[in-house]
Design a protein around this ligand. Structure first.
Ligand SMILES: [Zn+2]
Length: 90
């Protein structure tokens, strides 16, 4: 056996995986994360352009949603946004 099996998620990663960042993005923007989680995300975002881009997309989507009442949105757009938000939360 090699040490390959040691590379499981037993220890905290120095960098959070992108999927974890995506999952926490909403709470990050709402500032609902615990300080360690917040630091973890901030550190990841310093090094990951993909997640920074996702953060900007998410932030502008959220502010768009807040600037509109849901009933003002066309049904198609409403569906698209709810899918997007569901994905970000899971
Ligand atoms: Zn990332």
């Amino acid at each position: 056996m090699t040490s390959e099996s040691d590379k499981t998620d037993l220890a905290p990663h120095p960098r959070a995986p992108c999927s974890r960042v995506m999952a926490l993005l909403a709470d990050y923007l709402e500032e609902r994360l615990s300080p360690p989680q917040h630091r973890e995300l901030t550190r990841h975002l310093d090094n990951c352009q993909t997640c920074v881009a996702q953060l900007h997309t998410y932030r502008s989507t959220v502010s768009l949603l807040r600037s509109l009442r849901e009933e003002d949105l066309p049904p198609d757009l409403r569906r698209t946004l709810s899918v997007f938000l569901d994905q970000s939360e899971s």
